[in-house]
Structures are given as C-alpha cells and as structure tokens.
Design a protein around this ligand. Structure first.
Ligand code: ACO
Length: 334
C-alpha cells in the first residue's frame, strides 16, 4: 500500500498518568486462589494501578495529555485533532469529546478508536495519515483504558493481568525529508474475534416494546493460551515486514517496545527476532496490562528516564482483541 506524502511526521512529546491506588499480587491472592509467585512467574507482573471509585478514564487521559502538551510547548488550542484510543469509554458514543472539552482544545476534531491493546498503534497510524496527507499539523493521540471496571474479580485467569492508565503522544507535521514515521503495518483476523471479548448481553429487562431488547456488557473473557500463541507468531512477522519495507536491519533497532501483556511474550518475540533483551522496554511489573495505554505509558517512562535518546530507532507493536495487531517504526528526535 502506498500513499502520497505531502508532509513528514515527527513525534513531538509524550506524557502519561496512572491512578494512585496500587493493587499488589499479594492483595489479589486474598481475593482469588493465586499467589505472587504464580503471577510473577507466568506474567512478569508484580502490581497494577486501579482507578478509585469516582475517578474516570477522562481524568487519566487529561493528565497524560496535559503533560505532553507542556513538554511540546503547545497550547490546547494548537491541536487540530484528538484521537482517543480506548475500549473502556465512559460513554458508549465516545469519550474523546469530553477529553477535548477538559483540555480546552476547542479547535480540535475529536473521536475515539476502539481497538483494545492495538489501539495506540492504530490511532498513531491514523494520526500520521492526517498529517502526511497535509490535512493537519498537530495531532494528540491518547491511549487510555480502565479495564479494572470490566474485570471479573473472581476469575483468576484474567483479574491478575490488567491495570488502568493513560499515555499520550503529540505528533506534528515536519518537512518530508525529516519524516520520522518510517513504516507501519496493521492487521486484523476477524475469525478469532471470540478469543478475547467484552461482549454485549441482553439483560432480559422488560421494555415497553417487544421488538427491541436492552442490554449491558459482560466482563472480560479471554482464551489466554490462544492469544499468547497468536502474539508470539504474528508480531515477529509484522516487525520483520516493516523493517524490510524500509530496508532497515534488525541490528539497527535501538528499542523494541511491545504491548505490555506478558513478559514471556516480550521475551519470545525478542528471541525470535534476535533482538537482545537489553533493547526491550518493559514496565509490566509495575502496571500490568493497561491495554491501549501500555505502549505510550512505557514510551513516556523510557523517554523520561533518558533511556531513549535522540535519533534512536523504536519498533512498537500492539496486539490484542479483534484479533488485531500492528507495528510502527519511528525515529525519536527530541
Ligand atoms: N493463579 C494460579 N493458577 C492459575 C491462575 C492464577 N492466577 N490462572 C490460571 N491458573 C491455572 C489454570 O487453572 C491452569 O491449571 P490446570 O492446568 O490445573 O488447568 C494452569 O494455571 C495453567 O493455565 P494456563 O491458562 O495454561 O496458563 P498460562 O501459562 O497460559 O498463563 C496467561 C495464562 C498469563 C493468561 C497467559 O496465557 C497469557 O498471558 N496470555 C496472553 C494474554 C494476552 O496477551 N492478552 C493480550 C491482549 S489483552 C487485550 O487485548 C485487552
């Protein structure tokens, strides 16, 4: 697939936010039959952050976005577009408008993208299209999720995995020669949609009419083994495809930043690609799987810790419900 590029894209700044409430593996082992050892050995997770009652996804998204705006030296009114990647909006019609309002970014168009743990990658690629075709100059992408609100806290196979958080990235137009958004690939396998769901169910509530039902959403249901196998086989292929498309060898990759789902997935993908583990960015032990927030949250921390430096080549891949997966390759230039 080829598109006409009239402007380059630069990642200008990042920001992130997590709730204060910390739920350790020890606390979870008081709720379901599990242990810190089992969770850490099988997932690499030690603790996760959870929103408190009354705290919303928008609170986290606003905090992450404001941090990115400050670092980018931009005002909210400079934003042309806001894309909120989330599968846990506080309004089924979308939450991006609330983010736009709370930021005071009233010139910006705003919409949600629902793509679970691939959400940040898909939203970033979408942002890049709007910039590269010359439509917009400043686009804010926020990946935010509060899966704790959709977790069945009596299901030990899933409740150990997820945490809440938000990560923001501001992409800006630059000249074509300075384009830092080097390659991407997005994929979906709809045949496997039921491996990971939060599905709609009819609540059997009586309606005034009999031709329509009213429902609600279930809690997370996941076939962990299948999702695991899918990630470990598809992600290396996707990364290799992107690198080949721009003639970059594996050795030139400075950082591998995967969706933070399971440390064993991160290890297996790095091993298949022969990328040394020292190049793998991970904060999984502190936050668990924060879905659409996981990649920008880890990226922001790595930049803040000065791990990632100017000119570094970063390969990012997301994967999850859909099943969807996607990779993007960009150069960090602060
Ligand atoms: N504590 C103790 N034992 C447990 C727990 C637990 N929390 N959970 C499962 N077990 C038991 C099972 O009952 C099973 O016991 P059995 O053999 O007696 O039946 C045994 O441990 C092994 O279970 P598995 O499910 O095979 O464990 P596995 O090693 O596959 O680990 C896990 C499970 C961590 C979920 C793993 O499969 C995984 O990480 N999968 C990928 C998930 C993922 O990447 N999701 C990303 C997308 S998320 C999104 O899009 C929103």
């Amino acid at each position: 697939m080829r598109s006409l590029i009239t402007q380059g894209v630069k990642l200008l700044a990042t920001g992130s936010a997590v709730p204060d409430l910390c739920i350790t593996n020890q606390i979870i082992s008081n709720i379901v039959d599990t242990s810190d050892e089992w969770i850490f050995d099988r997932t690499g997770i030690r603790e996760r952050r959870i929103v408190s009652k009354g705290q919303s996804i928008i609170d986290l998204a606003v905090k992450a976005a404001n941090k990115a705006l400050i670092k980018a030296h931009l005002e909210p009114l400079d934003l042309d577009l806001i894309i909120l990647a989330t599968s846990t909006p506080n309004d089924l019609f979308g939450s991006a408008s609330q983010l736009q309002l709370r930021l005071g970014a009233l010139q910006a168009a705003a919409f949600d993208i629902t793509a679970a743990c691939s959400g940040f990658i898909i939203a970033s690629v979408t942002a890049a299209q709007f910039i590269q075709n010359g439509t917009y100059s400043n686009v804010l992408v926020v990946g935010a999720d509060v899966l704790s609100q959709w977790t069945n806290w009596s299901d030990r196979r899933t409740c150990i995995l997820f945490g809440d958080g938000a990560g923001a990235a501001i992409f800006q137009a630059t000249s074509v020669v300075n384009n830092n958004f080097l390659a991407f690939q997005l994929n979906t396998d709809g045949k496997q949609y039921n491996q990971l769901n939060i599905s709609y169910k009819n609540t059997q509530q009586k309606q005034k009419v009999d031709f329509s039902d009213i429902g609600s959403f279930d809690s997370i249901s996941m076939n962990g083994r299948e999702v695991y196998k899918f990630a470990v086989s598809k992600i290396p292929q996707s990364i290799q495809f992107c690198l080949d498309s721009v003639h970059i060898s594996i050795e030139k990759v400075d950082w591998l930043l995967l969706h933070q789902a399971n440390i064993r997935i991160l290890n297996a993908v790095a091993k298949r690609l022969m990328i040394p583990y020292a190049k793998v960015i991970s904060n999984l032990s502190k936050y668990g799987n924060t879905s659409a927030a996981s990649i920008p949250l880890a990226l922001d921390e790595a930049i803040e810790e000065a791990k990632v430096s100017c000119g570094d080549l970063i390969v990012m891949s997301g994967f999850g419900a859909g099943l969807t997966w996607g990779t993007l390759i960009l150069k960090w230039q602060d």
